[in-house]
Design a binder for this molecule. Sequence first.
Ligand SMILES: [Zn+2]
Length: 406
Amino acid sequence: MGTIRIISLVVLCGVLNVTAQTPQSHKQIVIAASTVLDGKGGVLHDTRIVIEGSKIVRVDPNAAPVNYDLRGLTVLPGWIDSHVHITWSFGPDGKNAGAGGTTPYATYAAAANAYATLMAGFTTVQSVGSPNDLPLRDAIARGALPGPRILSSAEPLFGHNEQSGTPDEIRAFVRKQKEAGADLIKIFAAGSVRRPQMLLSQEQLNAACDEAKKLGLRTLVHAYKDAVRAAVLAGCTEVEHGPLATDDDLKLMVQKGVWLDPQAGLVMENYLLNKDKFAGTPGYPEEVFPTIKEMIPEFHSFFKQALKIPGLKIVFGSDAVAGSHGRNAEEFIDRVRDCGADPMSAMVSANSLAAEALGMTNQIGSIAPGLEADIVALEGDPIKDITAVRRVVFVMKGGAVYKNNR
Ligand SMILES: [Zn+2]
């Protein structure tokens, strides 16, 4: 009987290799790799990563026995996407349904987005724009659903000029998000690249970012043009998008240690790719699509402008919406192929640099002892061919293997 039980367990584990494996004990797991990007710009060769429970305990070329042989692949820390809208989905009619749906359909769609994102090698995402993130974040955190670790902004602060409230009312709004369980605060401080005017005054922005800082929360500010400088002056943490900012604005960001998360293409390419699903839905009139197409080179030139500013901390954020979940890595390709970003810097921008931007350097973003075992493997070498980011064949998050398609 004992023998039969052992045999069935072995068979079961073999099957489970391709699905989620929650570590039951602190049993050691060893990954063998020929090439490891350490997440900080370094490359390790012919080594082994040792995992116990959810954590990496050491990197040791002599560790044995090997549980996962990932030689021939490129092994690196799970990616971090600093800007997604994880609940944003298409509805049952196939049309853009936004991020705020609360139907069972919308709920399952959001769970599917999370699963697709994890399978694409993203083990942590920051979701900025809907309080619907919160129950999904919590379900994934307790191991009930497969998905990336989610940080959520809960309800964002939408700039509506005076209607957004007095500084005191804005402070109260920020505190309310903290109470609702927000990990950060998202602020819409400007319109779009075509209508870049500020939607919050300097005073309102100061109140929002100052209150968040007092509560220990970071602030991500959707900004173009003048709103970029205003966000920096207000002491906010990170600027999202950013086009029409001047070199001087970007240099001020360096001085003040403010992060920049510009997009190089996926978000706009996705609107064009899924035009039939977005056109005619709220915010996406038919006539906006030619403009979206024209905007792509403008975002490229802003990205190139940002790359030339010494010391500017450019973090990875895809701005994934419906249609992009699971394709987040396309943004790497756009950054490297269309904007001339260095491929290793692009990888680091979604590993240790992104972890630093989240204040999570001690938990994620590198292959190092003591960190969460968030480990992915790609077919090919993204440093030589950035399209390798499309070929994620192995995904481990917190020591559990979710994908093993070697
Ligand atoms: Zn966004």
